[in-house]
Design a protein around this ligand. Structure first.
Ligand code: CP
Length: 296
């Protein structure tokens, strides 16, 4: 694996190995050292979880990390991003972790960068967030390893969510039993690779093993894509009452950042079925597994 750009580039075996390696790290496997490889984080969109966990993962593997402040880079003087990436490659950076609003940009950069440099997609517009899908599946597999018997229900703003897109690809690749997307019609996915959709929270959550909440992505909504938030809360917010439609041992997930009281009630986010902060912890192990797969 030379770059980590989207789930569709992975074989089933590669995806399973990444999950196994992340779980091995979680369970105490010795960390290798890749101290000769330097990582650069290029985050053109805001991030807390993804940026910090890629940095922590690199620290655990003894890799030096450069965090570029993209507001202060020479792109403000007219340099194009392709030249920024080539400049960093010329200085000996081995791995570049890129988050950008432009869909497909990490793949484009990978095609223009020397092959000894590894590009990692840390989220590109609405398109993909493959390391998030990996950490989500690590969390699911840790709690419920029989993926072919699971029902995963994803509720929220599906159509603007790169998290939902990458999770859908990974569910298809790994043969997850059932996948249901729950959203108002206006936020339903335009086409489905895998799974089904419904606008009924009750129907969608019925017998779910995993309830996966998504944020309403206000920053990506065009004027004709808005849905009244009070109505959204009433019909789609995951509350303790709504959670009763799922299986009693269902786990509750959210990729973060959460908007408490919009897509998820605080009593659910902080409740006994929530594994939301475990997802964040697993993000570090998943990203260590990605670095290892790229550098071995
Ligand atoms: N889930 C996720 O991508 O969070 P951040 O935007 O904080 O990185």
């Amino acid at each position: 694996m030379n770059n980590f750009l989207e789930i569709s580039q992975l074989s089933r075996q590669e995806a399973e190995l990444l999950i196994q390696q992340a779980l091995a790290y979680k369970n105490g496997a010795t960390y290798p050292s890749y101290s000769q490889h330097t990582v650069a984080n290029l985050f053109y969109e805001n991030s807390t979880r993804t940026r910090v966990s890629f940095e922590l993962a690199a620290n655990h593997l003894k890799m030096p990390v450069i965090n570029l402040d993209m507001q202060r880079s020479s792109e403000s003087k007219g340099e194009v991003i392709e030249d920024t990436v080539k400049t960093l490659a010329a200085m000996g950076i081995s791995v570049m972790v890129v988050r950008h609003s432009q869909e497909g940009l990490p793949a484009l950069l990978a095609s223009k960068t020397p092959s000894h440099v590894h590009l990692v997609n840390a989220g590109d517009g609405k398109h993909a967030h493959p390391s998030q899908a990996l950490l989500d599946m690590v969390t699911i597999a840790n709690h419920k390893p029989h993926l072919s018997q699971l029902k995963i229900a994803v509720v929220g703003d599906i159509s603007h969510s790169r998290v939902a897109g990458s999770l859908q690809c990974l569910c298809a690749l790994l043969g997850v039993g059932a996948l249901t997307f729950i959203a108002p019609d206006i936020w339903q996915p335009t086409h489905l690779l895998y799974g089904q959709r419904t606008a009924s929270l009750k129907e969608g959550l019925k017998d779910a093993d995993v309830v996966f909440c998504l944020r309403v992505q206000q920053e990506r909504l065009r004027d004709n894509e808005r849905f009244d938030l009070a109505r959204y809360r009433e019909q789609f917010m995951v509350t303790q009452a709504a959670l009763k439609y799922a299986k009693p041992d269902a786990i509750v997930m959210h990729p973060g950042p959460m908007n408490r009281g919009v897509e998820i009630d605080s009593l659910v986010a902080d409740g006994p079925q929530s594994v939301i902060f475990e997802q964040i912890q697993n993000g570090v192990f998943a990203r260590m597994a990605i670095y290892q797969a790229l550098l071995n």
